[in-house]
Design a protein around this ligand. Structure first.
Ligand code: ADP
Ligand code: MG
Length: 397
């Protein structure tokens, strides 16, 4: 049972044996080029649930989206993922069902053998998925006896396979979903103190509610990345030509006031690495003396030490969002430093998530030193904000 007051049964709570099981997985892997997968973490993270269900002699029908196609399109086909799945399930036959709504495909389901895993074509090829169409959800549900949801990264989306199919079948959380919820809920309920939150990235509006929640539960909030610029701007610090979101200044002032009330210390960078507009070479500048033509692209060495020192004392750490423009290696050093500071703190419970954050650290050493790396970006943020998610509500008994 998933705890945290949610009352959601998991696949370990009831025997699911010899059934046809529809499984909502998250195979939304990233690609280097059309046929080259860059990172298959999400697929690998689904394997525990898939193997568990196969071991109990169930016939599996897997459902996932891949990227964001608006319509049927071979560049977003599940055929691109099927070969990788076969690699991890060498004893099974993997069959992609091109259109499960087509009556001609019906025999594929009727003839399915226990060693055969069916993979439905990209579920976003169907309009009914995003529109949360109830007829579409019923048709999906009609394929199986049992529904298992394991796609944590999708749980904040109100799509048919997430929020509606569970209405029409006995439904359970998979092992990844259960692990994600338990790991994230741990920082919400009785976290050990000091609790250090670290937030970076570029877009304030995406993170306002998240920041506001963190201010309520953390002791320190370290801010880096582009969003730090708007905080500095709100405090009337000169930031030159750096990225800033002037529409968010009032919201940021409210966060600063909330932090004062909650006695949470917001720690802003004291120096930066960037370039002078139009110049090539990077340089460091101090926060109290930024040139009018300076563009901030990373936190500077003094800030690495400042953040590193606070992180080293933490008992609970939550991190989302890179400290700089990580797409350029020369501006990825602040993010690396924060990552290694977290990995170095072996007394803290650490939770890390976010698409770009994971991309920045996925090739690093010591990933096993992080207590939990979430597969969900938006889903992790929303779960921390609200303590639940639409997809979890749908699974509640
Ligand atoms: P995540 O996907 O981990 O939640 P975000 O999407 O919030 O992270 O932020 C990642 C983006 O923020 C990256 O594209 C990075 O280039 C950008 N970014 C971070 N710091 C800066 C900066 N100082 N100036 C411009 N862009 C930045
Ligand atoms: Mg992102």
């Amino acid at each position: 049972m998933i705890a945290h007051g949610l009352n959601i049964p998991t696949i370990e709570d009831e025997p699911i044996i010899g059934k046809t099981v529809l499984v909502r997985v998250d195979f939304d892997v990233s690609f280097k080029s059309l046929h080259k997968i860059a990172d298959d973490t999400r697929l690998r993270e689904s394997l525990a649930t898939i193997l568990y269900l196969l071991k109990h002699r169930n016939k599996l029908i897997l459902v996932s989206k891949l990227n964001r196609p608006e319509k049927r399109d071979k560049d977003h086909s599940m055929h691109l993922v099927a070969a990788r799945l076969k690699h991890y399930l060498p004893l099974h036959k993997i069959t992609v069902v091109d259109d499960f709504l087509d009556p001609k495909e019906k025999s594929i389901f009727e003839k399915q053998q226990p060693h055969e895993v069916l993979l439905l074509e990209n579920i976003r090829f169907y309009k009914g998925e995003k529109e949360n169409d109830q007829d579409f959800a019923k048709k999906l549900a009609s394929l199986a006896d049992v529904y298992v949801v394991d796609a944590f990264a999708m749980m904040h989306r109100k799509e048919a396979s997430i929020v509606s199919v569970p209405k029409y079948l006995p439904s359970f959380a998979g092992l990844l979903l259960a692990k994600e919820v338990a790991s994230i809920a741990k920082v919400l309920k009785h976290p050990e103190k000091p609790f250090i939150a670290i937030v970076g990235g570029a877009k304030i509006p995406d993170k306002l509610a998240f920041l506001s929640k963190l201010i309520q539960i953390a002791d320190y909030l370290l801010i880096g990345g582009g969003i730090a610029n708007t905080f500095l701007f709100a405090k009337e610090v000169e930031i030159g030509e750096s990225l800033v979101d002037k529409t968010q200044v009032e919201q940021v002032k409210k966060l600063i006031a909330l932090a004062k009330k909650e006695k949470t210390e917001i720690v802003l960078p004291t120096d930066f690495i960037g370039v002078k507009k139009g110049k090539k070479d990077e340089r460091a500048e101090k926060a109290d003396d930024i040139s009018k033509d300076f563009e901030i692209y990373d936190i500077g060495p003094e800030t690495w030490a400042l953040f590193g020192n606070i992180i080293s004392k933490a008992k609970t750490i939550v991190w989302n969002g890179p400290m700089g423009k990580i797409e350029e290696e020369r501006f990825a050093r602040g993010t690396d430093f924060v990552y290694y500071s977290i990995a170095d703190n072996d007394q803290a419970y650490s939770l890390v998530g976010g698409g770009d954050t994971l991309a920045a650290i996925s090739k690093e050493e010591y990933l096993d030193k992080i207590t939990h790396i979430s597969t969900g970006g938006g889903a992790m943020l929303e779960f921390i904000e609200n303590g639940t998610l639409p997809g979890l509500q749908a699974l509640k008994k």
